[in-house]
Design a protein around this ligand. Sequence first.
Ligand SMILES: C[S@@+](CC[C@H](N)C(=O)[O-])C[C@H]1O[C@@H](n2cnc3c(N)ncnc32)[C@H](O)[C@@H]1O
Length: 198
Amino acid sequence: MALAPPLWYLLLLAGVAVVAYFVFASFVYGAGYQPTPRRSVRTMLRLAEVGPGDLVYDLGAGTGAIVFRAARVYRARVLGVEVEPLRFLVLWLRRRLGPASDRIELRWGNLFHLDFHPATVVAAFLWPGAMARLRPKLEAELRPGTRVVSHCHKIEGWTPAVYDEETDVYFYRWPEALAPAVARPPPDLPRGSALDKG
Ligand SMILES: C[S@@+](CC[C@H](N)C(=O)[O-])C[C@H]1O[C@@H](n2cnc3c(N)ncnc32)[C@H](O)[C@@H]1O
């Protein structure tokens, strides 16, 4: 049965409202919605050497790009925290309908209220302001040996052990990340070259 034009119009408006809400609602918390690209997820999990012995925290889990790969491909235990209710519903459904649900814990809430002590790996793709707020919490709560990976935005004041330019992924080891970067000569120039003078 064909819908009358006003109903079409209302449905269209409702659709636009839902999409706008989905994308923009969590701006107030310091990050909008943008799934981590698959290649970057792979780099993050590989650099952090995620494995079955790990407990991965995904801070702002979105719809689960990191959560489900870490649990289902790398066989880690994962805790994903997400503040935005629609995305949390998607996470919940994906966990419920897919494999490895026993390795995945989901929390609906604010990541800044979470205790980071149990994590062995922390993953984050948040806006710079949220990353800056995250830093003191990480420094207070991470245990030595914890690996931290971020996509797109670095943790200001920390030194990455690796930065993968291609996938825009920063990899840190805690607490080594606090040490200043070791200056190295550019790889294709011999020591004592023109760059060393002045
Ligand atoms: C850029 S998305 C990254 C999603 C996911 N990590 C991924 O890799 O696909 C950032 C997510 O963080 C969530 N977020 C932002 N601030 C948050 C907060 N304070 N607590 C929990 N989740 C938050 C947003 O709702 C959004 O889904």
